[in-house]
Design a protein around this ligand. Structure first.
Ligand code: 9UX
Length: 72
């Protein structure tokens, strides 16, 4: 079964920011679905078990220009 991971995303100020982060996360191998909530500064990923790992998720957020933060 897929796993669900939530991760904070700081620095997003408009809907296009959220779209950038969604695309960056969705492009990672193993990710089935990525949704970013601009209002709550949180990304929710549905992904293969253990893949990608949290470090890879954080790196993708940084590459997109934003800052990862702890989940809930
Ligand atoms: Mo919106 Mo975000 O104009 O980096 S894309 S602020």
């Amino acid at each position: 079964p897929l796993e669900t991971t939530e991760i904070g995303v700081e620095g997003m100020t408009c809907a296009s920011c959220a779209g950038r982060v969604e695309r960056a996360l969705a492009a990672l191998p193993g990710v089935e679905e990525a949704a970013v909530n601009l209002a709550t500064h949180r990304a929710t990923l549905r992904h293969a078990p253990g893949t990608p790992d949290r470090t890879a998720m954080e790196a993708a957020i940084r590459r997109a220009g934003y800052e990862p933060a702890p989940g809930p």
